[in-house]
Every structure is written in structure tokens, then in C-alpha cells.
Design a binder for this molecule. Structure first.
Ligand SMILES: Nc1nc2c(ncn2[C@@H]2O[C@H](COP(=O)(O)OP(=O)(O)OP(=O)(O)O)[C@@H](O)[C@H]2O)c(=O)[nH]1
Ligand SMILES: [Mg+2]
Length: 199
């Protein structure tokens, strides 16, 4: 896919602020600081489109990036950030659920987990949610540059088991630092969009 145009279409905290449901969407979910915004920038080949930060809790709204006027990549706010107040984390749940439950043209939610660690309870809960809404199927293991190839294989198996992935579900290790894994992810996104067009 050639990214000719990538622009921020909307920043939303509630449904009224979402863009019109006039094109397919693919969203990215995961713990705060796992690397969602960094990965979106690399995929779209725009260094600063999505704001990133070394401290967690950077993205706190649902950010819609419109690509080639054909589909949207959606950056969901991260979870599991302890310093966020209780009311804000409750609000986070509402924000995510409103989006997941009600979005007609949401094709898939790509979940990111840190490949170095066991998935957290919230990671497991997030994937359960995705299963519930039929939006599961692919998990990205981020920061793959931080461990060895052997560990990548070993940890991927742990992630697969802990999240309860089916045999056909994909785990793609990526590193935004070394720019690895993104071709495979882009090919997956391409396929999703093609299948959707045919339907
Ligand atoms: N080594 C390494 N660092 C990474 C990688 N991806 C992201 N990071 C770093 O991780 C930190 C968090 O990245 P973000 O992309 O802002 O994370 P996020 O998931 O969007 O975080 P929130 O917006 O808080 O939910 C930044 O310091 C990135 O540079 C990676 O593949 N390898
Ligand atoms: Mg972010």
C-alpha cells in the first residue's frame, strides 16, 4: 500500500466527536507506553503524526487518522497507567467500550503487548473484550529489539497461551526502533481492507 495521504481526522472523547461512519476502521489498543502511537507513525511513514512520549499516558483520547481518504487507523488511549485518577480510568473503560460496541465499520482491533513481559490482567481483559465483540485475531509484540530471537519465540508462546489465542490468531513481533515486523503487519492490514471491499 502506498500512503499518499495521512491526516488527523478527529480527536474524540465521546461518540458525538467521532467522524462519520463512512469508511472502514482498524484500531490499535494496548497498555500505556506499549508503543501504539510509535507503531502508527512508522506504519504511516509519518514521524510525528501521532504524538508519542517516554512517559505513559500520552494518548488519552480516541484519535482517528484518515489514510488515502479510504480508511482510518484509530489510536485508542492506553490502559494500566497507575497515575491516572480513578474517575479517569472509569472514563477510559466507557470510552473504549462505547467505541468497540457501537462502531459499524470497525474491522479489527490490533492489540499490542510488550513482548518482554507476561501480559497483564488488563491485557487479558482487553483481549476478552475483543473476542466478545468479534474484533480479535491479531496481537503485536512490541519492543522486540530489546530481547533475543530465542526469547521472542519463547515469549510469543507465553503471550499466545496467556491471552488464549486460537491457532489461527497471529502474533507479530515488531520493533519500531529496528523497523522490523511492520511489513508483515501492513500486509495483514492490506488483506483486511481487501476482504472488506469484496464483501
Ligand atoms: N526500544 C523500543 N522502544 C519503543 C518501541 N516502540 C515504542 N518505543 C518507546 O516506547 C515509548 C512509548 O511509546 P508510545 O508510542 O508513545 O506509546 P503508546 O502506547 O502510544 O502510549 P500511550 O499514548 O501512553 O498509551 C516511547 O519512548 C517510544 O520511543 C520499540 O519498538 N522499541
Ligand atoms: Mg499513544
Amino acid at each position: 500500500m502506498i500512503i499518499k495521504k495521512a491526516e488527523l481526522a478527529a480527536v474524540a472523547a465521546k461518540r458525538a466527536q467521532y467522524p462519520e461512519e463512512n469508511m472502514a476502521e482498524i484500531a490499535f489498543a494496548g497498555r500505556s507506553n506499549v508503543g501504539k502511537s510509535s507503531l502508527i507513525n512508522l506504519l504511516l511513514n509519518r514521524k510525528k503524526l501521532a504524538r508519542t512520549s517516554s512517559s505513559p499516558g500520552k494518548t488519552r483520547t480516541i484519535n482517528f487518522y484518515q489514510i488515502n481518504d479510504a480508511f482510518r487507523i484509530v489510536d485508542l488511549p492506553g490502559y494500566g497507567y497507575a497515575k491516572v485518577s480513578r474517575s479517569l480510568s472509569e472514563n477510559w473503560g466507557d470510552m473504549i467500550e462505547t467505541y468497540l460496541a457501537g462502531r459499524q465499520r470497525l474491522l479489527k482491533v490490533i492489540q499490542l503487548v510488550d513482548i518482554r513481559h507476561m501480559p497483564t490482567e488488563q491485557d487479558v481483559q482487553m483481549y476478552e473484550w475483543l473476542k466478545h465483540y468479534g474484533l480479535d485475531g491479531v496481537v503485536i509484540g512490541t519492543k522486540a529489539d530489546k530481547i533475543s530471537k530465542n526469547e521472542i519465540v519463547k515469549n510469543s508462546a507465553v503471550i499466545r497461551k496467556t491471552l488464549g489465542l486460537s491457532e489461527t490468531d497471529l502474533i507479530i513481533p515488531v520493533s519500531t526502533l529496528k523497523r522490523t515486523g511492520t511489513d508483515e503487519l501492513m500486509a495483514y492490514i492490506d488483506d483486511l481492507l481487501k476482504v472488506n471491499e469484496q464483501e
